[in-house]
Design a protein around this ligand. Structure first.
Ligand SMILES: Nc1nc2c(ncn2[C@@H]2O[C@H](COP(=O)(O)OP(=O)(O)OP(=O)(O)O)[C@@H](O)[C@H]2O)c(=O)[nH]1
Ligand SMILES: [Mg+2]
Length: 281
């Protein structure tokens, strides 16, 4: 797949818009997918956020392995980046984040001119920006959906008298290598029609085998046995009735089913990327 494909006009437009919006912002909240913290990071952001207060949220932490999420948090902290885990499942996450906002609000309002704390949420498509904002607003004013590319326009949202949030459209990095495309497709950040989902599903199955998590697959797909991933894939296709005519499995449908099961948590909590080791010295 050509990587240029992944930076269509809408993405560079969104990037320019973000550059503009940042001027009015006190705090940038960068949402990463806790299952793929590396692939869901946009290196083009590093420069952009250099002079901004910046918080990393490892979002959808309910789908990731706690131990691995902790390792990622330690890693970010070791790089002097502020980072927290987050999930819409769990009120303690929300309370902690609100406390953080409150602290920031006090910091900026200690100056002479009172003005609202302005925050912007950025991240890849489908990472959960709008859902998170809805949580603060406590009513669904922004559109969400389990499809990348739901948010298009710009919307400042007042969450408290003195705090404003800006939801932004998902942005992908300009050049994406094949491994990253695969990871993004697995978590649903790239529409199924734009990635090789068969390849992504096989890779995902192979990760379960490598990490000795076959039992996660077996719980969802009874009769699933160890063996070559292609065979496991076919078995899943047959047992789940993803068939074409003449008793052939439908590869697209099988792959889509496996990815959907991973995305909605039916295949357990499973982190796909390991944090780099933290240097203790
Ligand atoms: N498991 C889990 N799913 C979540 C969480 N937060 C959001 N989601 C789901 O992720 C999907 C995408 O959410 P959105 O809020 O639309 O994502 P977005 O980042 O605004 O996406 P774009 O606007 O397309 O860039 C929805 O199906 C949400 O229900 C979470 O903490 N855990
Ligand atoms: Mg959105």
């Amino acid at each position: 797949m050509s990587s240029g494909h992944w930076y269509p006009g809408s993405m560079s437009k969104a990037m320019n818009q973000l550059r503009e919006d940042l001027k009015a912002v006190d705090l940038v909240i960068e949402l990463l997918d806790a299952r793929i913290p590396n692939s869901s990071r946009n290196p083009a952001f590093y420069d952009l956020f250099k002079n901004k207060k910046h918080l990393i949220l490892l979002h959808k932490a309910d789908r990731a392995e706690n131990k691995r999420t902790e390792a990622w948090l330690s890693y970010f902290n070791s790089m002097n980046a502020e980072a927290m885990a987050f999930s819409v499942q769990g009120k303690h996450y929300l309370d902690r984040l609100l406390r953080y906002f409150k602290k920031e609000e006090e910091r900026i309002s200690s100056g002479r001119f009172k003005r609202p704390l302005r925050m912007i949420f950025v991240g890849i498509p489908n990472v959960g920006k709008s859902t998170l904002i809805n949580l603060f607003v406590r009513k669904a004013v922004t559109r969400t959906g389990n499809r990348p590319g739901i948010t298009r326009g710009k919307q400042w949202i007042r969450i408290m008298p003195n705090m404003e949030l800006l939801d932004t459209p998902g942005i992908l990095r300009p050049k994406i290598n094949e491994e990253t495309v695969r990871s993004l497709a697995v978590v649903g950040a790239i529409p199924a029609g734009r990635a090789d989902i068969y390849d992504a599903a096989l890779w995902l199955l192979s990760r379960y085998l490598e990490q000795e998590k076959l039992k996660y697959l077996q719980e969802r797909y009874p009769g699933c046995e160890s063996g070559p991933v292609e065979a496991i894939f076919e078995k899943i296709g047959f047992s789940q009735g993803c068939l074409q005519s003449e008793g052939q499995i439908d590869y697209e449908r099988t792959a889509a089913l496996i990815l959907r099961d991973y995305q909605n948590g039916s295949l357990g909590k499973f982190t796909l990327e390991e944090a780099p080791p933290v240097d203790e010295f």
